[in-house]
Design a binder for this molecule. Structure first.
Ligand SMILES: Cc1cc2nc3c(=O)[nH]c(=O)nc-3n(C[C@H](O)[C@H](O)[C@H](O)COP(=O)(O)OP(=O)(O)OC[C@H]3O[C@@H](n4cnc5c(N)ncnc54)[C@H](O)[C@@H]3O)c2cc1C
Length: 419
């Protein structure tokens, strides 16, 4: 076991951090206030080779594993969670094509995205459903070799600016997950339109829109996944991207902690810096402890994915833990800053608003707990004997305190359920 990053990973981290501090941090507050899509910044990230992280090199992407991706996104989100969401939505949008597309689709679409600075969005959610992906209503009707899409997608990140959208729709809503298929939808296809940007609490530098699909003809070559396979593809995509969402949350929380340290050392009350008070020290200790734990969980999920292991469970654990930690840490940061935490003088107010989204998108914290509890109740391998098969051996105490076992073996049931 080795907890160190490789020299290449450290160099990548340094490059991403320098970019974040130089190109993102200075404009983060302005984009947040203006609530506009940071296209110029995204383009700079593209020029710097810090976008399309998971698209294979042969299609012009960075070809990074999940581990490298989480290293990069932590740095970018530390400067601005909203801009990070905008930049890395391409990894979510292209995920279904990377995982489920054929070579022609990859050559045609992924190469266009990477070479020509194009954006791709991801659309499962609808006005009436987000968590219950199998309950989607957007229709995909088979018409010869084509499909015709009709319906509305909602909350779609980057939809107002995307050139492509990975869309999931159902051939029959009563079939639930077995009816869901996946499609590559070029934004300029007839019948595709997007709504106005939906104003948000946080992450305001990311664009969020509805997509309306009205009799959109999808040619055969843009069918990504047949009915049933589409649902699996969407879930596999989340499995790969959830470690990155955890890393977003870590970056956000890390900045809240660092600003808290700076403030605590400077701000004086009762004649001393507040960092001298144990109540404040404990807040900072908790922040650091949770960031460390979140990062270890995230690296484990990333590592498992890169090894080709099933990282569904670890991805959910990492996402739930890191998102909840970011919310807790940014809340505590506001408290530590006192009145200055509640206003826009310092960046913690923004980080607090930004952090909330991590508990919601790409599977809410409740949905992650469903994944985790399902595993624990069905598959978790116990180390100890079953509760109802425990035995108890009475002992004699002789020669001081040396216990000598006596013959009796009783189960807890034989003991009348008492243990
Ligand atoms: C800014 C933003 C960007 C987004 N970007 C995208 C995107 O690019 N593409 C996309 O497809 N979607 C996107 N989403 C949608 C997002 O994934 C959904 O909002 C999310 O999955 C939750 O769905 P919902 O809002 O419909 O809430 P609901 O599913 O209606 O859930 C409401 C509440 O009930 C809880 N809940 C639901 N079911 C259960 C259950 N079985 N047990 C316990 N609790 C439950 C939820 O956790 C939540 O707290 C985005 C959302 C936002 C806000």
């Amino acid at each position: 076991m080795d907890f160190n990053l490789t020299e290449d990973q450290k160099a990548l981290q340094k490059r991403a951090r320098e970019f974040a501090i130089k190109e993102i941090l200075p404009v983060a507050a302005s984009y947040d206030e203006a609530e506009v899509m940071p296209m110029k910044v995204i383009k700079k990230a593209w020029e710097a080779g810090l976008t399309n992280l998971s698209i294979p090199k042969e299609y012009g992407g960075q070809g990074y594993g999940i581990m490298e991706s989480v290293i990069v996104v932590e740095e970018i989100a530390a400067a601005c969670p909203g801009i990070a969401t905008s930049i890395f939505d391409n990894d979510l949008g292209s995920g279904p094509i990377i995982l489920g597309g054929n070579d022609e689709q990859k050559q045609r679409v992924l190469t266009d995205i990477t070479k020509n600075f194009k954006l791709i969005a991801f659309a499962t959610s609808e006005p009436g459903m987000g968590s219950d992906v199998a309950g989607m209503q957007c229709r995909a009707e088979k018409d010869g070799d084509e499909y015709i899409l009709n319906g509305t997608k909602y909350w779609i990140t980057n939809a107002g600016y995307a050139d492509y959208i990975s869309v999931f729709a159902t051939t029959d809503p009563t079939k639930k997950h077995r009816g869901i298929a996946g499609f590559i939808v070029p934004r300029n296809l007839e019948g595709v339109s997007t709504g106005k940007h939906i104003p948000k609490l946080g992450q305001r530098a990311s664009n969020t829109c509805s997509i309306v699909l009205k009799d959109v003809h999808i040619p055969k070559e843009n069918v990504l996944a047949r009915p049933g396979r589409g649902f699996i593809l969407a879930m596999q995509t989340f499995q790969n991207t959830r470690p990155a969402v955890a890393a977003f949350a870590i970056g956000c929380a890390r900045s809240a902690m660092e600003y808290s340290i700076d403030y605590a050392l400077k701000r004086e009350t009762f004649g001393r810096p507040i960092a001298k008070y144990q109540a404040i020290q404990f807040k900072i200790a908790n922040m650091y402890k949770d960031i460390e734990a979140a990062r270890l969980l995230t690296y484990k999920a990333a590592w498992e994915g890169d090894q080709g292991l099933d990282n569904n469970l670890t991805s959910s654990i990492a996402k739930a833990f890191a998102s909840d930690a970011a919310m807790e840490i940014t809340t505590e940061a506001i408290q530590l800053f006192g009145g200055y935490g509640y206003v826009r003088t310092y960046p913690v107010e923004k980080l607090f608003r930004d952090a909330k989204l991590y508990q919601i998108y790409e599977g809410t914290s409740e949905i992650q707990r469903i994944v985790i509890s399902r595993f624990i109740l069905r598959q978790y391998q116990h180390a100890m004997p079953n509760l109802f098969e425990l035995t108890r051996t009475d002992i004699d105490i002789e020669d001081g305190n040396v216990p000598i076992p006596k013959k009796i073996n009783k189960t807890s049931e034989e003991l009348g359920g008492k243990w």
